[in-house]
Design a binder for this molecule. Structure first.
Ligand code: GTR
Length: 422
């Protein structure tokens, strides 16, 4: 009997710490006390008082911390980058828009990777600003337009969209149109550029394929500890899309706003932080590793994300599993790297996994950096009511509903973009 009792106790003892690290906390009273790093104090404790010392001292050290410890560094530069407009129409979407499908080809170490960017531009405008964002299941899902080319790249299966065997088909055409208010964008004078993220790096735990593999040295099988994971690769390719957009005569290159939902919101934030050619950034429900503060440990935590998606971040980020207190940064500093450019952080009320309050506070704590540039951020740490957006250079809303991108979200983004860039 005693023998069984001891065995049972041992099993419990072994299981407990493991369980504890994976149970998500949704109770505000259990959020631990934590010290949030001050974005305006350098790692060597220097106070940043001017926008130029931010740009010269603090911004670079934060970028290099996020590079080596969080998202991972890009291991090298390209050998070649080419663009080809492979399809187009001057009368798409019932005559409202121009459509372009652009093949972007990346060459490195004699290997190539291509992805297709779908563009809709308002017909009435010569050089339009636009929203650039990845989609989850192929360009052909964003609209019913029969001319959108279906990607041959690997996709996550999605039963409700009829995606089986990791293959995209006709069946899912237009199925995600509710996430892309294209007509509203076009009517407001904005275009849309979208890319299927699976063409850059398939969203699975395999480093032998996708963008990473182009950069390997002889015999290398996976990135080094401080090198990029999936999010780093997706973010980097947004900048390659920008390389094209910056030279497209039909695009206003000073008005490219990078957008992303969820994991793709994490990628959009990181792309916007690194690449100052992006005029603004929109994070839709980006959560852990995106806009949400890690040190709150509310909803998804660093350990959970690294366990469920061990290939999204750098290997180094795993050091902070259940050790968020050791992180010398938090995600408000990722947001601050976007300053002084307009930034919109949005949450959904039922999306507790992404920690709406942590996303809001992150925007609030990034505000002192915006103030340094004379820009208005989030004025108070009181969360606004649902469906009551705060729209300054830094904007925030929490809407009713679940983890998703809705018409309501786009109405806010468009209104805010028109105001910010007028
Ligand atoms: C979840 C993940 C989140 C978020 C989300 C999504 O499973 O835990 O961090 O990225 O996926 O991308 O929809």
């Amino acid at each position: 009997m005693l023998k069984y009792y001891l065995l049972f106790t041992c099993i419990i003892l072994v299981l407990q710490p493991m369980d504890a690290q994976f149970v998500a906390n949704y109770d505000e009273s259990k959020v631990p006390e934590f010290d949030l790093p001050d974005p305006l104090t350098t790692f060597s404790k220097k106070q940043i008082q001017t926008s130029s010392s931010w740009n010269e001292l603090r911004r670079p050290e934060l970028i290099s911390f996020f590079e080596s410890q969080v998202f991972g560094k890009v291991p090298g530069t390209l050998d070649a980058l080419t663009f080809e407009v492979i399809e187009g129409s001057n009368s798409a979407l019932g005559g409202l828009a121009k459509r372009r499908q652009v093949k972007v080809t990346i060459t490195k170490n004699s290997k190539t990777l291509s992805f297709l960017m779908l563009l809709y531009l308002p017909k009435k405008i010569d050089r339009a600003p636009l929203f650039l964002g990845y989609n989850f299941h192929g360009n052909h899902t964003v609209n019913k337009d029969p001319d959108i080319i279906i990607s041959k790249a690997w996709s996550l299966n999605n039963e409700s969209m009829g995606i089986n065997n990791h293959t995209l088909t006709e069946e899912s055409r237009g199925m995600r149109s509710s996430r892309w208010a294209i007509t509203k964008m076009i009517e407001a004078g904005y275009g849309l550029a979208t890319i299927y993220y699976g063409e850059i790096d398939p969203d699975k735990n395999d480093f032998t394929d996708g963008l990473h593999s182009l950069f390997y040295t002889e015999g290398q099988k996976r990135p080094a500890k401080d090198e990029w994971g999936g999010i780093g690769a997706w973010a980097w390719a947004l900048s390659r899309a920008m390389d094209y957009l910056a030279n497209d005569m039909e695009v206003d290159k000073s008005g490219v706003i990078v957008f992303g939902h969820s994991r793709l919101g994490k990628a959009a934030l990181w792309a916007g932080a690194m690449d100052e050619r992006f005029a603004g950034v929109i994070s839709n429900d980006s959560g852990c590793g995106g806009a949400a503060l890690s040190k709150r440990k509310f909803g998804e935590t660093v350990a959970q994300i690294n366990n469920n998606f061990p290939y999204w971040f750098s290997e180094n980020f795993k050091k902070y599993n259940n050790a968020e207190e050791n992180l010398a940064v938090d995600q408000h500093e990722l947001l601050a790297l976007i300053a002084p450019r307009p930034l919109y952080v949005a949450s959904a009320q039922e999306d507790e996994w992404a920690d709406p309050k942590g996303e809001f506070l992150s925007a609030y704590y990034a505000t002192p950096v915006y103030s340094l540039f004379g820009k208005t951020g989030i004025p108070s740490n009181e969360m606004p009511n649902v469906n009551s957006p705060i729209q300054n250079t830094v904007a925030y809303h929490i809407r009713t509903g679940k983890h998703d991108v809705t018409e309501y979200d786009w109405e806010q983004y468009i209104k805010w973009a028109v105001e910010q860039f007028d």
